[in-house]
Ligand binder design. Structure first.
Ligand code: ADP
Ligand code: MG
Length: 355
């Protein structure tokens, strides 16, 4: 069990944009931040007090990193289990080992979610080969998405299967895949809840997400949903975070169906792309609240200052950054190079609320 008290030095595993924004929040309250990344020129490098470049599987380097800090959090759940266990054994891992291990495997995640009272996901089936795929395809009415159980993000390692491409998957290695029934949804929303060690829980309002090619392109805040759906979504998010004993934040992605039922898509025990709006739309952001809670301070219930939308800048869109900068609040992720489907930055369009 991780003891959180008098935390001065915070370690972050992963140095992407989420790590970078965590560094900025930590510095605002004079914490020292150390980043361990497997990418030498990552977004967070310039914003931390010390940078460790290494392999996530190199347990000796991970131990050395752990000695330098009081507590360690993650900016991604895609960290090897042995590495997480090593940090946990030193009493320094937050959020809990269990929460990260569940969130990093789609099958474990869905089994866990469906074990909770009142919480449901889409129908799913573990698959390991083409025969299993054919079975799932028939079972779920010829409308499925297959995904690798681990190490998939931003739509990577996931494919929609239809009558035209089904046979193509004969050549695929489908070991540790999951087949999901395609959900016909009205909206995709997400809720981020923050929890501190004093059992304070605060949820940011649900937001509405739009994806293109399975990558988030736009988040509208707040979501335009009924009060009933709003309350149900917040309730689900808080139930799941309590079940996982989260200290920090938990993001829950959800599908709202046409009958207003909610299915959970996936969870992440870390800051989430759909929460970037909180840096401009709230008095305290999702990143601020992670830092407050993991360093043993009370959460701040943030005042909502604006409504509006957040847009991701993906791949070549980054070439228009000067134009975007002129008109909107722009965030650069300082990526080494432009790659298709790579998140390069984001910007926020704000409509201030009258106080
Ligand atoms: P990632 O880890 O890459 O975010 P997700 O499982 O969230 O993976 O899938 C990305 C997006 O693809 C979702 O936000 C949604 O738009 C779409 N999607 C994924 N699974 C389903 C499904 N079962 N039914 C309908 N759409 C889906
Ligand atoms: Mg997702």
């Amino acid at each position: 069990m991780t003891k959180i008290r008098n935390i001065k030095n915070i370690g972050i595993i992963g140095g992407g944009q989420l790590g970078m924004f965590l560094c900025k929040s930590a510095k605002k309250i004079n914490k020292r931040v150390y980043v361990f990344s497997d990418q030498e020129n990552c977004s967070a490098k310039k914003f931390c007090n010390d940078f460790f470049f290494g392999d996530f599987n190199d347990l000796e380097s991970i131990k050395k990193f752990s000695e330098r800090v009081d507590i360690i959090t993650v900016e991604t759940e895609n960290i090897p289990k042995e590495t997480l266990k090593t940090i946990d054994n030193l009493g320094k891992l937050t959020p809990s080992f269990r929460s990260i291990v569940i969130a990093q495997n789609r099958l474990k995640e869905k089994n866990f979610l469906n074990s909770l009272n009142g919480i449901k996901t889409t129908d799913y089936m573990a698959i390991n080969n083409f025969k299993d795929l054919e079975k799932a395809y028939i079972l779920f009415n010829k409308s499925i998405i297959i995904k690798s159980c681990e190490f998939g993000y931003d739509g990577k390692n996931q494919y929609k299967v239809n009558s035209k491409n089904l046979a193509d998957f004969k050549k695929f290695s489908l070991k540790n895949f999951i087949a999901e029934k395609v959900v016909e949804y009205k909206k995709e929303i997400s809720v981020i809840s923050c929890i501190d060690k004093f059992n304070n829980v605060y949820s940011f309002p649900p937001v509405e997400n739009e994806h293109a090619n399975n990558i988030l392109v736009k988040t509208k805040f707040p979501a335009l949903i009924s009060e009933e759906v709003n309350n149900k979504a917040i309730n689900f998010s808080q139930t799941i975070s309590k079940e996982l004993s989260i200290i920090g934040v938990l993001a829950v992605e959800m599908f709202v169906l046409y009958n207003n039922d909610i299915l959970i898509n996936e969870i992440a025990p870390r800051p989430h792309n759909s929460g970037h709006w909180t840096m401009d739309g709230c008095e305290f952001s999702q990143f601020d609240n992670v830092i407050f809670s993991i360093s043993g301070q009370k959460l701040k219930k943030p005042k909502i200052l604006s409504e509006g939308s957040m847009r991701n800048i993906i791949g070549d869109e980054y070439k228009n950054k000067d134009e975007i900068k002129k008109n909107y609040k722009f965030y650069d992720y300082y990526k080494e190079s432009i790659k298709p489907k790579r998140k390069m930055g984001h910007y926020t369009i704000l409509k201030k609320l009258s106080s």
